[in-house]
Unconditional design. Structure first.
Length: 226
């Protein structure tokens, strides 16, 4: 679609350049007489219009190369062309002005029809190209949003997996106003280890010996508490 619009812009540039050169040569009386056309009076107005048309021709040719300007310039120049052609048809057919010979009137009417067709075609094509560009931009934005959401979901999944792999550690319970309560450590008793083997524990024979010594005459006795 866009290559076709570029071709239309090149045609617009050629038409605008031809009319611009023609109006720029307004003082050339013999040329207008040979083409059976009416000269623009005063000549300054015709030459100014010719310069403006040549500028539009350059803009159209530049827009056919630069893709960023193609749709906008094609729409503007298309409206200028079909409105100019319609105005020419109104004056030539409706009001029969200016008074031209048969050949000159035929050439003017054909030029007006070409301007109307090319202008409307450029406007329609530029609208279609602009819709496609907007749709492409919207699709690209939606794809970027989807990629960002997928990246966020993947990051959340990695965080959840890391939390599940982390070993559970029981924290001490802190009582208000007291020390943290830590669960007692239970150590297994080795085989063959008796109560008598514990440090600071007396055996049965030691207990009987101490009782006999305490009952012996002259043994020191503990003070009386009463």
């Amino acid at each position: 679609m866009k290559p076709l619009l570029r071709a239309v812009l090149i045609i617009d540039a050629l038409l605008l350049l031809a009319f611009g050169v023609l109006f720029l040569l307004t003082p050339w009386t013999s040329l207008y007489n040979a083409l059976q056309l009416v000269q623009t009076q005063p000549s300054l107005v015709g030459q100014g219009l010719g310069v403006a048309l040549i500028g539009l021709a350059w803009l159209a040719f530049h827009a056919s190369i630069d893709g960023a300007l193609t749709a906008t310039v094609a729409k503007v120049i298309g409206h200028v062309n079909w409105l100019t052609g319609l105005l020419m048809l109104v004056w030539l057919i409706g009001m029969h002005r200016p008074e031209l010979t048969g050949f000159g009137q035929l050439v003017a009417v054909l030029a007006a029809v070409v301007l109307v067709v090319v202008g409307l075609g450029g406007v329609r094509l530029s609208s279609a190209v602009r819709r496609r560009e907007r749709l492409r931009v919207a699709e690209a934005a939606a794809a970027q949003r989807a990629e960002r959401q997928a990246a966020k979901d993947e990051a959340r999944a990695r965080d959840a997996a890391a939390v599940e792999r982390t070993p559970y550690r029981k924290e001490p319970v802190v009582v208000p106003g007291g020390d943290p309560l830590v669960e007692p450590v239970v150590r297994p008793v080795e085989p063959g280890f008796t109560v008598a083997d514990r440090p600071g524990t007396l055996s049965a024979s030691d207990v009987e010996a101490r009782s006999a010594a305490a009952d012996a005459p002259g043994a020191p006795r503990p003070p009386f508490h009463g």
